[in-house]
Design a protein around this ligand. Structure first.
Ligand code: KIV
Ligand code: ZN
Length: 570
């Protein structure tokens, strides 16, 4: 037989703190089938943002905010929305009336209301629902041993009696208002902490009164009111319940998962494998204590497995904006799918892999970009923010940003040199570095490295044997000085070779030309070329870079940039 209760035992004061707690009992279900199952379709979703979510706010939503949230939930695609506890306060009652009287409930949406199994509250709830086309009346009472003993001082029979009395009155009032299509829901509160056989007994007693059919099923909502075990145990509880319920075909098994252990999402997913068909939860996991199940995450997890979740989160930033404004809660930067940093890579190697993944990704194949579980565009996020730079980004990070956002494809060895420059800068700043700052540093160190030698003019002419160049450079001997113009003439195999020869003739030497790379710059006005040159001086290598409309001039500028950097040793 299954056992979910734990005996109360005295804990000695001398015991270490952890001894105050005990493991959650396992369920004896050796032939469980859920581990082999797969989620293949969306469950029936029910948002409890306007009840569980709203109840848990320091400043509950105003009626205007609730109306905005209700409209958002309808837009997302929820067909069942719990709107609160109309018998609990005038505001809740009035909100329910406004939705009905102002015709704000779409025809395919059912509002759901929660009420305790108390006569006056149930009657008031039906008053609030007067005129609704369709509605779900949700009654509940606590069934677990600790509440029975500590809070109510009642036997199992008495607790079952509460549920039966509530169910009878709901049946009676529903029958008296046939103009509304009624669905009935019962929750044995703290189901997870209740003996399974007792939960089943109470649920079946309620069902016997409501007389559900396959066309008008009872919703049996089995909450983890306080999440207390690992998700596999909850899955066992659900599988056990589904197997043992009489007339299973007349019931929808619903989950209502809280997140006290931080595993609300996993608990829901495994319980769906175990046979549940309906999920109650909130946007971004808002709710009492650590919150309710985060429906956004479960739905997008399904989406990431190629399953239509039937909820539309294609503009997640807008959903988040309305949620944050109306609840005054924040979505954490690392929240799955919705956080500011969720699709961001600071690490250089991750940036590099993402870059390669984007380049390899084809439109008509499955998504396969490393480190990005889904395409950020599918939830309304953009690619720009995917890459961020700080001192942790590694040497590849800055070069990646220069390439992705400014079009400079630095040679491998130069990436290392520039990476060191960037790391020193990021370390000294101790903060995130903006892309523009990375470009500015590159420009400053390489493209604008024009002292002591800056190019003023350059002309190359083809000769029978090689190339002849005529150039003029400005030589700035001292800081802030105007410098002096130096005319150069030289011959060589190509323009760079001829220019190096001309420099030597003018006494500018002491370096060796090592390597060279050039490419066109795609962005920016007019076609531009970028050139990178590596030289060696006194056993050290230095890179230079130049940009110009002429590829030859770009190379000459790159050479002078490298020479200048070698002179300054930076
Ligand atoms: O968490 C819970 O048990 C509830 C019930 C009222 C369904 O919210
Ligand atoms: Zn709850």
């Amino acid at each position: 037989m299954t056992n979910t209760t734990q005996d109360n035992q005295k804990v000695g004061a001398q015991l270490p703190p952890a001894a105050k707690y005990r493991p959650f009992p396992t369920i004896s279900l050796k032939d469980r089938t859920w581990p082999d199952n797969q989620i293949t379709q969306a469950p029936i979703w029910c948002s409890v943002d306007l009840r569980d979510g709203n109840q848990a706010l320091a400043i509950p939503m105003s009626v205007t905010e609730k109306l905005e949230m209700f409209a958002l939930l309808c837009e997302i695609g929820f067909k069942q929305i719990e709107i609160g506890f109309p018998s609990a306060s005038q505001i809740e009652f009035d909100f329910c009336r406004r939705l009905i009287e102002e015709n704000r409930i779409p025809d395919d949406v059912s509002v759901q209301v929660l009420v305790q199994c108390r006569e006056e509250l149930i009657r008031r709830t039906f008053e609030a629902l007067d005129g609704a086309k369709q509605a779900i009346v949700h009654i509940y009472n606590s069934t677990n041993p600790a509440q029975r003993r500590i809070v109510f001082g009642m036997s199992r029979e008495q607790i079952k009696g509460i549920a039966e009395n509530g169910a009878r009155l709901v049946r009676e009032l529903a029958d008296a208002h046939p103009e509304t299509r009624w669905t009935m829901e019962y929750s044995p509160e703290s189901f997870v902490l209740t003996e399974l056989d007792f939960s089943l007994e109470v649920c079946e007693a309620v069902a016997a009164i409501w007389k559900p059919t396959p066309d008008n099923k009872i919703i049996l909502n089995l909450p983890t009111t306080v999440e207390s075990s690992t998700p596999n145990i909850h899955a066992d509880q659900i599988e056990w319940f589904c197997r043992n319920l009489t007339n299973r075909e007349n019931a929808i098994i619903s989950l209502h998962t809280h997140n006290d252990r931080g595993t609300g999402v996993a608990t829901t997913e495994l319980a769906l494998l175990a046979g549940a068909e309906r999920v109650e939860g909130t946007l971004f996991g808002n709710g009492e204590r650590t919150g309710n199940l985060d429906i956004v995450t479960v739905a997008l997890n399904m989406f990431s497995q190629g399953i239509d979740s039937e909820l539309d989160f294609s503009d997640l930033p807008r959903v988040r904006e309305i949620y944050e404004r109306t609840t005054r809660m924040d979505v954490h930067s690392r929240h799955p799918y919705a956080g500011d940093l969720t699709f961001t890579a600071f690490s250089g190697s991750h940036q590099d892999a993402i870059n390669k993944g984007f380049a390899a990704q084809k439109e008509d194949t499955f998504w396969e970009v490393p480190y990005l579980p889904i395409d950020p565009k599918d939830v309304g996020r953009d690619y720009e923010k995917i890459v961020r730079y700080n001192s942790q980004s590694g040497k590849g990070g800055a070069a990646f940003i220069l390439e992705q956002f400014y079009g400079f494809d630095l040679p491998k060895a130069m990436r290392i040199e520039f990476g060191k420059i960037m790391n020193t800068f990021a370390d000294s700043e101790g903060r995130e570095i903006a892309f523009q700052e990375i470009y500015d540093l590159f420009e400053n160190k390489y493209l604008n490295s024009t002292s002591p030698f800056a190019l003023e003019s350059f002309r190359a002419s083809e000769r029978e044997q090689g190339v002849k160049i005529a150039a003029r450079i400005r030589k700035i001997a001292a800081e802030h000085s105007e410098g002096e113009g130096v005319d150069l003439v030289g011959n060589g195999n190509g323009p760079i070779d001829a220019f190096v020869a001309a420099l030597r003739t003018a006494g500018i030497n002491g370096f060796t030309f090592k390597s060279y790379k050039e490419h066109s710059l795609e962005s920016g006005a007019g076609a531009q070329a970028a050139s990178y040159i590596e030289i060696e001086r006194d056993g050290n290598t230095f890179w230079g870079a130049g940009v110009d409309a002429s590829i030859e001039r770009a190379s000459i500028k790159a050479l002078l940039s490298a020479i200048n950097r070698s002179v300054a040793k930076n």
